[in-house]
Design a protein around this ligand. Structure first.
Ligand SMILES: Nc1ncnc2c1ncn2[C@@H]1O[C@H](COP(=O)(O)OP(=O)(O)OP(=O)(O)O)[C@@H](O)[C@H]1O
Ligand SMILES: [Mg+2]
Length: 281
């Protein structure tokens, strides 16, 4: 929209909107409500315009960048490798009936974890501890967020650097869309003594695929207590509940594709056996 055509300028502070400018806004029904409020304030009152309009941009970012669910998940695996994981597990958890199937995805690693303030920065777009450092894998401060949101409308990160102290952050696109603030701030991470039951369930119960779980699946732990020990001193879990954008509809196909592709992409790490290797489960 050209501001010259639609806005009558009295002085720099005071802008009066001409009717045609207001009628030029034709957002869709499902457009974020908070974003509409922010735009309204900008058009009507000449409110300050932030460089990033968070309510809409976060939605747009959902559509960018990944060829497949596997390549999105590789962002989390890359992070895990970069931060020293020797064990990485990727889960697809299928629930509900066939016509209302829900798939949640989870990536666990035993790397160094994140301190609360690091986790907070890591949740922000552009937030990185290795920005523009070409020595490692990450450098844009986007991977974790963009990849998780490309699969599900909300994601949760749990990270710990001592046993049973799980710091968590949640990024929820709908919640952000409803915020009426020009500047969306992230809250401080929450400290949890336990992981949520759905995550404990995913990590302690056999998956329905591959078949014959007793032969082909090695559980991380058999119950919540053993899990707390097994999760040890440090690590990170990225949880993407109720994914609405996946390359395949069935968990079994997602597993097949991820196993094949990740086996190829990470063959160097998988074949290393010196403690710096990421193991594929
Ligand atoms: N599994 C992990 N273990 C420890 N720290 C992590 C993990 N995942 C992310 N981080 C931290 O979060 C930051 C942001 O991660 P993110 O993937 O969004 O960006 P990046 O890796 O820095 O760059 P890129 O966009 O190229 O992936 C990282 O720089 C790192 O500090
Ligand atoms: Mg990354």
């Amino acid at each position: 929209m050209s501001s010259d055509l639609n806005v009558e300028s009295t002085n720099a502070e005071e802008l009066t909107l001409l009717p045609e400018a207001e009628s030029a806004v034709s957002w869709g029904d499902s457009a974020p409500k908070g974003g509409k409020a922010v735009l309204g304030r900008i058009l009507k009152d000449g409110a300050k315009v932030p460089l990033f309009l968070g309510q809409t941009l976060v939605n747009s970012l959902r559509d960018m960048g990944y060829n497949s669910t596997t390549s999105a998940l590789c962002e989390h695996v890359d992070n895990a490798i970069q931060w020293g994981a020797t064990e990485i597990r990727v889960y697809f958890h299928e629930s509900g009936r066939q016509d209302d199937r829900k798939i949640s995805a989870l990536v666990y690693d035993n790397a160094r974890g994140m301190a609360p303030n690091v986790l907070k920065v890591a949740t922000a777009f552009g937030g990185s501890l290795v920005f523009e450092n070409r020595g490692g894998i990450g450098r844009y401060g986007m991977g974790m967020k963009a990849a998780a949101l490309s699969m599900s409308p909300a994601f949760e990160v749990y990270s710990w650097q001592e046993p049973r102290s799980y710091y968590s952050m949640i990024l929820d696109v709908d919640e952000i869309g409803n915020s009426r603030s020009n500047l969306i701030e992230l809250p401080d991470p929450t400290l949890n003594e336990n992981l949520p039951s759905e995550i404990v369930g995913i990590l302690t119960r056999p998956m329905t695929f591959p078949k014959n779980p007793s032969e082909s699946q090695t559980l991380l732990a058999k119950d919540a207590d053993e899990l707390a020990q097994r999760l040890g001193r440090s690590g990170t879990i990225v949880y993407m509940p109720e994914c609405d954008r996946l390359t395949y509809r069935k968990a079994s196909t997602l597993v097949d594709h991820a196993t094949k592709e990740m086996g190829r992409i990470y063959r160097r790490w998988i074949s290393k056996d010196d403690g710096s290797a990421a193991r594929k489960d």
